[in-house]
Structures are given as structure tokens and as C-alpha cells.
Design a protein around this ligand. Structure first.
Ligand code: TXA
Ligand code: MG
Length: 322
């Protein structure tokens, strides 16, 4: 499938025109990449089977993993799913924001079966990104969107990354500049009223635990716990192999540093700030991948706050390729 990908600039002037055009493309069944606070999403009308199927084709996704459905408000989300009290409290505390809630779909919800991959639940999110919200309003439909990268590759945090991976395979790219958070949303499911962490992400688990008032259960720990079937082992992979917890740079390597390390080619955060590191993660992996080194070595990252999401993504980038 080759086509002309329309570039819609919403970084300076002409923002309203760009949003209206992107909304029209979505409504007519097309694919539009758009920025959220986490990463760029590849959006389609979540109620349109053919449009949702095209997402999988454009990304060359090997399986029909369920997709996150994006809406502009909690009210719009409640039209699609039944929220346990615990889910409602988390939505009220953290939406709009980098949190996806996996909740029971309402019978007859106007969503393509492909969106939930046949599961009785749906992953819902209200992004903290005015441009994305304006796009959903303009489209007038819930928007299914995985990250806007070819399957298994590094997630995009800039419009240029999207173009690198998907130019000629999608209808339009809405450019809203760089994403502020830089790693995908945290995903929480529910076992009855008990929240279960399905994927660490842009909302630190500590913030969720403070709101819940208890430690978060981790997904997969009980056979009954909901699972996130899209969790492939190797993922977010640059072309070059990745070496984690590197104390030094070896011959032929480029070094992605964190904190006060010497000789780093790029540094996620010289000051050791995990927020800054998350925002830089995918852009710097993209850049070092372009350097065509034998391997990308990465300094150790602390396993707290956003560090958990960063390490999760790095472990997948380093995982044996299938
Ligand atoms: O920040 C994000 O979450 C980005 C932006 C675009 O919103 N989206 C994103 O989507 O990361 P994606 O497709 O790369 O990851 C979606 C994850 C998958 O691991 C999938 O298994 C899980 O969400 N998921 C979605 N619906 C689910 C459901 N009903 N049950 C279990 N897991 C679900
Ligand atoms: Mg992804």
C-alpha cells in the first residue's frame, strides 16, 4: 500500500485548518498520526472496521492486539464502558493524562470488534493534549490508536519519526511538535474493584499507589488477573543491538548516558532527572540508531518513578529479536 501522506502543520499558524482536515480524514475512514503527551498515535475511527484494520496493515503488526480508544472526556468514555468505582476514582484523579484504563465494554458500544481483539474489555484514555482533544472533537468519533511506528520499532515522539517509519503508508500526519512525556501511558486493568498494573508508563506507579492507598497489584500475578496481550517481548527495537546497564563505552558502541557519565554520545538527563530522561528516550534512541554503531550501550537507570517505564522500554529494546 503506497499513497501520498499529507503533512498537516499544527505547530504555528493554520492550526484550526489542520485540525479540521485531520478530523475529516478520520471521519472518512482514513489514518491520521497525531501527537499526545506520551507519543504520537496512529488514529482511526474506532467504530469503522475497515479503518481499524488498516492500522494493523500500516504498522505491519503481526497480531491483532487490542488498541487503546482515545476520547476527549470521561463522559465520552462512560458512553463506551462501565467503570468500576475504583476506575472512576482513577479517571477523576488522573484524566486527562498518561493513564489507560481497561474496563468492561458496554453492550452495543459502537466500537469495531478489532479494537478489543474480541475481549469483553476496552482500553480507554483521555490524553492531556489540547491538539488531540480538538482532533477528537473535529472527528466526532472515538479514535483507536496504537503508537505511530512500524510494529516492533522505536515509538515516535516527533512528527519526523512518524514520517520516517510510516510515510506513504498512512493518510496524514498532524504535526504538533515534540511529545512532553515521551513514554506510553501506564495501563491499569481491574480485577473487580482491585486495580492491576498491566504496563508501566508515563504515570508513575507511585502516583497511582498514593491515590489508591495501597500497593498496586502487578498484572499476570494471578491466573484470573486481566492481562495485556499486546505485551510482546521484543519491542521498541532500534536496528542496532542494545546493551543495558553499561558502565563504560566499548569499541564500536555509542553510549546513551544518564546522570554524570563521561563519554556519552547523548545523555538522557545529565542532571539525572527521570522526567527529562523519559521525554528524551525515544528521540535519542532514534538518533543513535541513525549513527549506525555496532551497538547502543545505555547507562543504568534507577527503577523508581518514571524509571520503571524507561527500563521496561529499554529491556524490550534489548530483548532477543524474534
Ligand atoms: O501512550 C499510549 O498509550 C499510546 C498513545 C498513542 O496513546 N498508545 C499506545 O498504544 O501505546 P499501543 O497499541 O502501542 O499499546 C496498547 C496496549 C497494548 O499492550 C494492549 O495489549 C493494551 O494496550 N490493551 C489495549 N486494550 C486492552 C484490553 N482490552 N485488555 C488488555 N490490554 C489492552
Ligand atoms: Mg506501541
Amino acid at each position: 500500500m503506497t499513497q501520498k501522506t499529507e503533512y498537516l502543520d499544527a505547530t504555528e499558524s493554520g492550526i484550526e485548518r489542520a485540525i479540521k482536515r485531520a478530523g475529516d480524514v478520520l471521519r472518512s475512514g482514513g489514518l491520521v498520526a497525531f501527537p499526545t503527551e506520551t507519543v504520537y498515535g496512529l488514529g482511526a475511527d474506532a467504530g469503522n472496521d475497515a479503518a481499524v484494520a488498516q492500522i494493523f496493515e500500516a504498522k505491519a503488526r503481526p497480531q491483532f492486539n487490542p488498541l487503546i480508544v482515545h476520547v476527549a472526556s470521561l463522559e465520552a468514555a462512560q458512553a463506551l464502558a462501565d467503570f468500576p468505582d475504583a476506575a472512576l476514582r482513577l479517571a477523576q484523579a488522573f484524566w486527562p493524562g498518561p493513564l489507560t484504563l481497561v474496563v468492561p465494554m458496554k453492550p452495543g458500544a459502537p466500537l469495531s470488534k478489532l479494537v478489543s481483539a474480541g475481549l469483553p474489555t476496552v482500553g480507554l484514555r483521555v490524553p492531556d493534549a489540547p491538539l488531540a482533544q480538538a482532533l477528537f472533537e473535529a472527528a466526532g468519533c472515538p479514535v483507536a490508536a496504537p503508537s505511530a511506528n512500524p510494529s516492533g520499532k522505536i515509538s515516535p515522539t516527533q512528527a519526523a519519526h512518524v514520517a520516517q517509519g510510516l510515510d506513504g503508508r498512512i493518510d496524514a500526519i498532524l504535526d504538533g511538535g515534540a511529545c512532553g512525556v515521551g513514554v506510553e501511558s501506564t495501563i491499569v486493568g481491574f480485577d473487580g474493584e482491585t486495580p492491576v498494573l498491566l504496563r508501566p508508563g508515563g504515570l508513575p506507579a507511585e502516583a497511582l499507589e498514593a491515590a489508591i492507598g495501597a500497593p498496586l497489584r502487578l498484572g499476570g500475578s494471578s491466573p484470573d488477573a486481566p492481562s495485556s496481550p499486546g505485551q510482546l517481548e521484543s519491542h521498541y527495537a532500534p536496528g542496532a543491538p542494545v546493551r543495558l546497564n553499561a558502565q563504560e563505552k566499548r569499541a564500536g558502541e555509542v553510549l546513551l548516558g544518564f546522570g554524570a557519565v563521561e563519554g556519552a554520545d547523548l545523555n538522557l538527563s545529565p542532571a539525572g532527572d527521570l522526567l527529562e530522561a523519559a521525554a528524551n528516550l525515544f528521540a535519542m534512541l532514534h538518533e543513535l540508531d541513525g549513527a549506525e554503531a555496532e551497538a547502543i550501550a545505555v547507562s543504568p537507570i534507577p527503577e523508581t518513578g518514571l524509571g520503571r517505564a524507561i527500563n521496561d522500554r529499554l529491556r524490550r529494546a534489548a530483548a532477543p529479536r524474534g
